[in-house]
Design a protein around this ligand. Structure first.
Ligand SMILES: [Fe+2]
Ligand SMILES: [Fe+2]
Length: 404
């Protein structure tokens, strides 16, 4: 059953309106001079766009198999990730008697584990190896985080905090306490651990999205963007704070203890460049592609989930991510309008690359009882299918309308 067809159709319709309407027709302001860099204190962490006019709820268009009612977006008080671009030593299951794959075969072998639990990363290159270990083949690899939502990129590599089991620095569990509590009765220890990891991973990426929107707001100011876009960027950052709290509070319930983000690695500084083409390309990549896919993945999760707390969280997240996708399309539409051919070429290249490479989406390896799905987690296969639909049915047609 295609439960999110109507959701995708409605979102596509909204993105087409953005592409065609050029909603922010106000002239560009005077660009703010930021000096190029925002200095951030280094830490030892291990490790969308706009106030949209549409108010139609997309999530009510999702076909579900349950009758649980969900309310509107909830307000609650409520990380294992840091892939980055640095080489990583990673091991993968190998049960055969033959030698571990090497050379050109190594990448295709390790790629079958892309975006799977527990790492939720995909391998972009095998740099060294194999190094056989017991029932495993190990390599030095380059990996990236599987995208959900807007990544926080530093020098092209996604950054996120690492989870820790207790609050430090006076936080007192401020991210993962007091939020939504799914029902854990009937889950075995392994299922609870899988769910805790998955929701923690999502929470850490949502936490990183707060930084992505903070930088996005600075970039909009530096580019002289209209006030409505700047305002929407700040609102979206607050959405991401809420998403992080929702996800981390659920992770804490499954784990039975706090799941707090550590310091977010920012690389020491955040570059705010004056290059409108680069800004538009980043927004297209992170927002038009990333947040559109995130919205549709959240809708797919919602359509399958039955736990009331999980459904409540996903209901709000799907709506918000759809709005963030619209914001990204609005920002790119504005950049195209005020920029030159270089902006158009940079944006077109992003969508061309997405069409060529596809979108990576992560999920659980298997779910024989369907219990993980009922708690909002997709299998890798279901997630990849939903991401492919999002890309080919929503992102790319909307991109063509944007660039027409
Ligand atoms: Fe989010
Ligand atoms: Fe978002």
């Amino acid at each position: 059953m295609d439960r999110t067809l109507r959701f995708r159709q409605l979102l596509t319709s909204r993105l087409f309106q953005v592409a065609g309407a050029a909603a922010f027709a106000t002239p560009a302001g005077v660009a703010l001079s930021c000096g190029g860099n925002v200095v951030v204190d280094p830490v030892d962490g291990a490790g969308g766009a706009g106030s949209v006019t549409s108010t139609t709820s997309l999530t009510t268009a999702i076909t579900t198999g349950v009758t649980t009612s969900v309310g509107p977006t909830v307000s609650v008080t409520t990380t294992t990730t840091s892939s980055g671009g640095d080489p990583t030593y990673a091991c993968f299951p190998w049960l055969g008697d033959a030698e571990c794959p090497s050379g050109g075969n190594a990448l295709s072998y390790v790629s079958q584990f892309d975006c799977a639990a527990p790492h939720y990363a995909f391998t972009t290159a095998v740099l060294d190896g194999p190094f056989p270990e017991l029932d495993q083949c190990c390599y030095v690899v380059q990996q990236d985080i599987c995208g959900v939502g807007r990544p926080f990129l530093v020098n092209g590599a996604p950054m996120a905090a690492t989870a820790r089991g207790r609050a430090e620095g006076g936080g007192a569990g401020s991210w993962s306490a007091g939020g939504l509590s799914p029902e854990v009765e009937g889950l075995d220890a392994e299922e609870r651990e899988i769910l805790a990891r998955a929701w923690a991973q999502d929470g850490l990426l949502e936490h990183a999205s707060v930084a992505a929107f903070a930088r996005f707001a600075l970039e909009l100011l530096a580019a002289g963007a209209p006030a409505a876009l700047v305002e929407a960027a700040h609102r979206a950052a607050l959405d991401e704070v809420r998403h992080a709290r929702l996800c981390l509070s659920m992770a804490a319930t499954y784990r039975g203890g706090p799941v707090e983000p550590g310091p977010l690695p920012c690389g020491g500084s955040v570059s705010i460049g004056p290059d409108l083409a680069a800004f538009a390309a980043d927004t297209a990549r992170e927002g038009c592609v990333g947040e559109t896919v995130a919205a549709i993945l959240a809708a797919e999760q919602l359509s399958r989930a039955t736990d009331p707390a999980v459904r409540k969280a996903l209901f709000g997240i799907a709506e918000d991510e759809a709005r963030h996708a619209e914001l990204a399309f609005r920002a790119v539409a504005w950049a195209l309008r005020v920029g030159g051919d270089d902006v158009r070429a940079a944006v077109a290249e992003v969508f061309d690359q997405a069409a060529r490479d596809g979108v990576k989406a992560g999920g659980v390896n298997e779910d024989p009882r369907g219990v993980l799905e009922s708690h909002g987690r997709l299998t890798v296969g279901a997630a990849r299918e939903a991401a492919a639909r999002a890309l080919h049915e929503v992102v790319l047609p909307s991109a063509r309308a944007l660039l027409a």
